[in-house]
Write a protein that binds this ligand. Structure first.
Ligand code: ADP
Ligand code: MG
Length: 330
């Protein structure tokens, strides 16, 4: 049997079953945005992500400054999804020997800008020769046990919310890949090259205990909703016409798809927050969104697991999502 038959998530499931963790201080191991370890009354958070040349980025359209910044931002997004505080990071690099020193220096300037913005310190890493650029960051953070939000925790009857707008980064990437559109809708392209994690929003949701479960949308709305539903043991319905789309997305989507929602549902790298909350919190959630000036949209409802996961279309017809966005190896 080959990896392609089980896919990225099938592989992670197998690893999770085989490598059972035993330390009682481990509050969350494999299966969430970050690992959570209890330590002297506080909790330690740890997460890691990898970026590989020609899989996650292309040197012909990503400048080293944005690349360095993005490598850190994608890790910060996982801490945001727990409502945690990021603190330190390690970076391991695989680099080709003909890479120019100005490229590396610009990469580290991007990394430094991101680190300054979110007050995290680089504390180490590793460096090796590689045919393509490989970037791996391990980010460490902290949080308060009672405040942190996991993928599990969604309850039947909860509302489902998402921050920002969806599909912009995936559409930005499609535009970068089509030479004739190169450089035109700057906002969409920038969303792909320079994502911004919702750290402040995640922390505020956690601090005010407004949500029951949370995940960041990194692989696509459908896939990440599925992760949250699976970990919580519930089902859901999303109303397609409530999915938040930016003006620029609405303008450009027609050049790529007849279905205006397809990329918003399945495209990755939005790094928005998806969370569930009791209907009693609606007012507080919209108040928080206003005060942080971050749009937060009520897009669905949590159902019993046996009802499954459905998308309600504008014409009132429902469907179960089959094609679930990005999955490595499949
Ligand atoms: P995210 O999209 O939030 O980064 P992933 O889907 O990559 O999360 O990973 C899901 C879970 O599986 C996480 O807990 C992650 O730490 C774990 N994981 C991913 N790859 C591996 C691996 N090769 N070995 C062990 N755990 C892994
Ligand atoms: Mg995540």
């Amino acid at each position: 049997m080959e990896l392609r038959e089980i896919g990225e998530f099938g592989l992670i499931d197998r690893i999770r079953k085989r490598m059972t963790a035993t330390d009682p201080a481990l509050l969350q191991g494999i299966g969430d945005d970050v690992a959570v370890i209890e330590m002297h009354g506080k909790v330690l958070l740890a997460t890691t992500d990898i970026l590989i040349e020609n899989i996650h980025f292309d040197r012909s359209w990503t400048d080293p400054f944005r690349l360095g910044k993005k490598a850190l931002m994608v890790n910060l997004s996982d801490i945001a999804a727990m409502g945690g505080i990021p603190k330190y990071f390690l970076i391991s690099l695989g680099l080709p020997k003909n890479l120019s020193l100005p490229f590396i220096s610009s990469f580290y300037r991007g990394l430094k800008e991101g680190a300054k913005r979110f007050q995290v310190d680089l504390i180490g890493g590793d460096t090796s020769l590689s045919q393509k650029i490989v970037i791996n960051i391990c980010l460490i953070g902290e949080g308060k046990k009672g405040d942190l939000l996991f993928r599990k925790g969604a309850k039947v009857g909860n509302d489902l919310f998402v921050s920002g707008t969806l599909g912009d980064a995936a559409l930005g990437l499609k535009i970068l890949q089509k030479k004739e559109f190169m450089g035109r809708p700057k906002g969409l392209i920038e969303k792909h090259l320079s994502p911004c994690p919702r750290i402040e929003l995640g922390q505020a949701i956690a601090r005010h205990r407004l949500a029951t479960a949370m995940i960041d949308v990194s692989d696509g709305l459908l896939i990440d909703t599925t992760h949250l539903l699976e970990e919580s043991g519930v089902g859901a319905r999303i109303w397609e016409d409530r999915i938040p789309l930016s003006r620029s997305y609405r303008k450009w989507i027609h050049s790529f798809s007849k279905d205006p929602y397809q990329i918003a549902l399945t495209g990755g790298e939005d790094y928005e927050l998806l969370f569930t909350a009791s209907p009693e919190e609606r007012k507080k959630i919209s108040g928080l969104a206003r005060s942080l000036k971050i749009p937060v949209t009520w897009i669905g409802e949590i159902l019993p697991q046996k009802k499954g996961f459905h998308i309600m279309r504008r014409d009132g017809k429902e469907y179960s999502p089959g094609h679930l966005g990005f999955n490595h190896f499949k």
